[in-house]
Design a protein around this ligand. Structure first.
Ligand code: CDP
Ligand code: CDP
Length: 222
């Protein structure tokens, strides 16, 4: 069977990475979590006290930075300059700063180039905010996952609790809404459904149902 490309976009905590991993595993494709790349750069910039508003300084850091995504036992492992930062990049500080880093044109250009290189051979499931619109505009399958803010905050809340992290549902709702607004209203490659993407409202769908819908689209377009 031909190896196609699958682009999964949508707002925070819509279930993108969870279903992307399942779809990639079922098809034996590689999975690329592009949000983790922006998170890794944000983490490094914070560690190095870089002003997140300074595009040129951030770009200089990115140009000297290696970000590798590798399959691990519990999902994808993120290696930043040789160090495993998989958990560090999910901190509240990184989560609440990442949109500021991701808004810069030069940063996006470099990230998109790296992502396109990862996906150059096809056989890839990539999730993010601009995959269908910019990174893989020719992807055979494009989906845009949606769910209400309440549902998305409840999902993140449950996820945090299962990992033993302290979490506040109302605070999560505010943070998710703020990040969605920043990502949707930025000038460069804002969060948008590609014209040819299928919108899937996952509010009352299970993870398996969403994955099956994407696998059905992949089978149709293969
Ligand atoms: O998993 P979650 O929805 O919390 O976010 P993520 O996918 O890890 O993405 C973190 C942030 O990176 C987003 O809020 C965007 O600001 C940025 N991002 C982006 O701008 N473009 C992408 N393709 C992926 C992420
Ligand atoms: O990658 P993104 O930020 O879009 O979301 P995620 O990290 O894949 O999903 C956030 C949480 O919602 C995870 O704990 C998933 O298990 C859960 N989820 C769900 O309960 N129902 C779905 N249909 C999809 C995800």
């Amino acid at each position: 069977m031909k190896k196609i490309s699958i682009a999964i976009d949508g707002p925070a905590a819509a279930g993108k990475s969870t279903v992307a991993k399942i779809v990639a595993e079922k098809l034996s494709y590689i999975y690329i979590d592009t949000g983790a790349m922006y998170r890794a750069l944000t983490y490094k910039a914070i560690q190095n006290h870089v002003n997140l508003e300074n595009e040129q300084e951030l770009l200089a850091v990115l140009q000297k930075t290696s970000i590798e995504l590798m399959p691990g036992e519990e999902g994808q492992i993120i290696i930043l300059d040789g160090e495993n930062v998989t958990n560090d990049i999910r901190s509240a500080q990184v989560t609440n700063s990442v949109s500021a880093v991701a808004k810069h044109r030069a940063i996006r250009a470099e990230m998109v180039a790296r992502q396109q290189e990862f996906g150059a051979e096809g056989g890839v499931v990539m999730d993010g905010r601009d995959i269908g619109t910019h990174v893989l505009p020719n992807a055979e399958v494009k989906v845009f996952l949606l769910a209400s803010v309440d549902e998305r905050a409840a999902r993140r809340h449950a996820e945090n609790q299962s990992k033993g992290f302290p979490t506040d549902l109302e605070q999560l709702k505010k943070e998710i809404a703020t990040r969605d607004k920043l990502d949707s209203e930025r000038e460069v490659a804002p969060l948008r459904k590609a014209e040819d993407a299928e919108e899937i409202d996952t509010t009352s769908m299970s993870i398996g149902e969403v994955a099956d819908r994407i696998l059905a689209l992949a089978a149709e377009r293969n």
